[in-house]
Design a protein around this ligand. Structure first.
Ligand SMILES: O=P(O)(O)OP(=O)(O)OP(=O)(O)OC[C@H]1O[C@@H](n2cnc3c(O)ncnc32)[C@H](O)[C@@H]1O
Ligand SMILES: [Mg+2]
Length: 223
């Protein structure tokens, strides 16, 4: 158990608590929403300021998810779940991918990332221009990817799941819900952007929702 001098914080890492190795408030809200029915406190690394930022220097989503989960779990002495996710845009050869959070540089900034994404796409000669809702254009196919990894320090093992969702990149933001690239991600199956979905709707269709659904049967024994 980490000794950060705050007993009330250490006390959070007990039974009926799940720690998510994230500092992203948007992700945290989604986990809290998805796990609300389990009567479990969902806390994040924002609750443990003594834990330094974990460098995401892996080449893959899975490597980064494992590193975040294992590092935090070993420090806290409890199982920890990590999420490494991102946006892969076909016309950009899969970019920003694992670099999605800091696409426009440090510190991470959703608005700047979205602006950079549109700039990069508009430089591409191959961009598609299907029009939706009369004034929105679709610029490229894209996929959101989410890899979840839970590390259990007692058994020294990982449990993992991946989820994806396919869509298109819009030429301008649409909708106010969610976080990150949600206002630029169009779902043809719903005729909506991800940022137009309620938390429940996003969970039912998103990369994170799909990954969590797969992981849940194994996750329940840790919470
Ligand atoms: O590493 P942590 O602390 O969890 O937070 P992070 O924001 O750095 O998270 P990642 O390293 O996994 O990078 C994921 C980025 O991909 C984007 N992203 C992932 N899931 C998304 C979603 O559901 N909606 C919109 N953008 C998303 C968004 O820009 C995230 O910052
Ligand atoms: Mg990150």
């Amino acid at each position: 158990m980490i000794n950060n001098g705050n007993d009330h914080l250490s006390a959070k890492a007990t039974k009926r608590t799940i720690v998510i190795a994230t500092k992203n408030r948007g992700k945290l809200l989604e986990f809290q929403h998805a796990l609300a029915g389990l009567d479990v406190a969902v806390v994040s690394l924002l609750d443990y300021p003594a834990i330094a930022d974990i460098e995401e220097d892996g080449d893959t989503f899975i490597a980064n998810a494992r590193k975040k989960a294992e590092t935090a779990a070993n420090l806290l002495g409890v199982p920890v779940l990590a999420d490494d996710s991102g946006l892969c845009v076909t016309a950009l050869g899969g970019a920003p991918g694992i670099y999605s959070a800091r696409y426009a540089g440090e510190p991470a900034n959703d608005a700047a990332n979205n602006e950079k994404l549109l700039q990069q796409l508009l430089l591409q000669p191959s961009v598609e221009h299907t029009v939706v809702r009369e004034q929105y254009k679709l610029l490229s196919k894209a996929q959101f990817v989410c890899v979840l990894s839970l590390y259990d320090p007692a058994e020294r093992r990982f449990i993992e799941a991946e989820g994806t969702v396919d869509g298109y990149i819009l030429d301008q933001p649409l909708g106010t819900f969610g976080f990150g690239y949600d206002p630029l991600f169009w779902l043809p199956s719903l005729d909506k952007s991800v940022a137009e979905l309620t938390p429940t709707e996003k969970q039912s269709i998103s990369h994170r929702g799909h990954a969590l659904e797969k992981l849940l049967p194994q996750l329940e024994k840790f919470i």
